[in-house]
Design a protein around this ligand. Structure first.
Ligand code: CO8
Length: 166
């Protein structure tokens, strides 16, 4: 089903999931959707494998870890947190050298913590991996040394899609 995109979130420079200047990264892009969910697009490369032709489960966890966290950051480029719990369910193998999508949403939120769920979809729309995560909301100063937000957290200027088929 097609969903309208409201806003693209920032990327970071060096992250293994979304690092714009990290050649090993999955190259994730994160799109806030009109229905309140958040979607990611990414490409599984050969070097993201566990077994030949199969994306590593840890990389799948990385995508959903970040995507569920970003679901709570919608509308802001200055909302930060860390994962405190993550549970994965691997249902189908994810191929390498494939263009893939994932989707997530917040299911519970208070002043200190939030929870959410997400899925990675195969090119035919089948759910390959499901995750549930819990996160602690923290100021960036408690997570990283200075300079990240100013130097390594930015919009990638490109031809962005207006909608995404999930
Ligand atoms: C916007 C978000 C995008 C996120 C994208 C990517 C996220 C990541 O990959 S982050 C990297 C992976 N995660 C981490 O590195 C986190 C590592 N853990 C830590 O740094 C610490 O455990 C930290 C900061 C979370 C908590 O440390 P600290 O404050 O010392 O813990 P502690 O004093 O035990 O707990 C503080 C409070 O949180 C609560 N709490 C801690 N863990 C949990 C939990 N799993 N569930 C519920 N409550 C918890 C405690 O009960 C306590 O509550 P209260 O203040 O009411 O007593």
């Amino acid at each position: 089903m097609k969903q309208k995109i409201k806003r693209k979130q920032n990327n970071s420079a060096r992250c293994i999931v979304c690092g714009d200047q990290n050649k090993a990264s999955l190259g994730c892009r994160f799109y806030e959707l009109e229905n309140g969910e958040i979607a990611a697009t990414f490409r599984s490369e050969d070097w993201h494998q566990s077994y030949p032709g199969r994306m590593h489960g840890g990389m799948a966890a990385g995508v959903l870890d970040e995507l569920i966290g970003r679901a709570a950051a919608q509308g802001s480029d200055d909302f930060w947190g860390v994962t405190v719990e993550l549970h994965m369910k691997y249902k189908k193998p994810i191929p390498t050298e494939a263009d893939l999508k994932a989707v997530a949403r917040v299911t519970k939120k208070n002043r200190k913590l939030f929870e959410g769920t997400g899925e990675i979809l195969l090119p035919d729309g089948t759910v390959a991996v499901e995750a549930w995560g819990k996160y602690m909301i923290l100021p960036l100063s408690k997570i990283s040394d200075g300079g990240f937000a100013e130097e390594e957290w930015y919009q990638i200027e490109e031809d962005d899609p207006k909608e995404i088929d999930l």
